[in-house]
Design a protein around this ligand. Structure first.
Ligand SMILES: Nc1ncnc2c1ncn2[C@@H]1O[C@H](COP(=O)(O)OP(=O)(O)OP(=O)(O)O)[C@@H](O)[C@H]1O
Length: 208
């Protein structure tokens, strides 16, 4: 179980961005998170995956001993998530030993490993970022607008195998998107970010 309990975040300007956000999910569940621009969804994702510290609140998970965070974030802009001066083989090996069966599952031909990020399309580079996330064997993944910049065919392609993979490996997935129709198609449940902040969430909002 991933339990996020009453987390609050204050911006450098001292304005509270959000207060008492709670969510509970099991491995193997797929949850959609929508909400207006600027509500704090990306900030929430960064906190839960360990990139930012909440002002208060708790994040708990049950996880086997592991070096990498059990909650991994896949970013919206893959080109900003990788070092442009590194070849792809170096980028992926940074996250873990090369796993050829996972490369095949991600539909990544080995010749991509000898290219630089600028020599791959946005969709191809996002696959590399997804591989890099999966090779750390996460228990949970937060996918923050990961296909927004892709054409519909590339979008459908990524979701088809990623959803299959997380279901097969019992990984919990939170998908953040403005596309509510897409969320309704892919997810077991869809929530508006604002609903996670309701006062009723004081003792932790339980999904399922
Ligand atoms: N380090 C920071 N300094 C100042 N303001 C920040 C900082 N980080 C986030 N913000 C502000 O916090 C608000 C929430 O940002 P965030 O990216 O989390 O929202 P979001 O809900 O993901 O939006 P979108 O749907 O547009 O991606 C925005 O107004 C943003 O400008």
């Amino acid at each position: 179980m991933l339990k996020v309990i009453n987390i609050s975040y204050r911006l450098p300007s001292q304005r509270m961005l959000f207060e008492n956000v709670s969510i509970t999910m099991k491995q193997g569940n797929i949850i959609g998170l929508s909400g207006d621009s600027g509500l704090g969804k990306t900030t929430f994702a960064k906190i839960v995956s360990g990139y930012l510290q909440a002002e208060k609140g708790e994040i708990n998970w049950q996880h086997r001993k592991h070096e990498a965070s059990p909650v991994q974030l896949i970013w919206q802009h893959p080109e900003q998530a990788v070092n442009p001066k590194w070849r792809i083989d170096k980028i992926v090996k940074e996250a873990g030993e090369l796993d050829h069966s996972l490369l095949a599952a991600c539909n990544i031909p080995t010749d991509w490993l000898y290219r630089y990020p600028s020599q791959l399309s946005g969709g191809q580079l996002q696959r590399i970022c997804i591989y890099r996330c999966l090779v750390t064997r996460p228990s949970y993944i937060i996918a923050d607008e990961i296909t927004t910049m892709l054409d519909p065919v590339a979008q459908a392609d990524i979701w088809k195998w990623l959803i299959h993979y997380v279901r097969q490996h019992q990984i919990g997935l939170i998908i953040i998107s403005h596309d509510v129709l897409l969320l309704e198609k892919l997810c077991d449940d869809v929530f508006h970010f604002r609903d996670l902040m309701k006062p009723t969430a004081v003792d932790g909002r339980t999904i399922y």
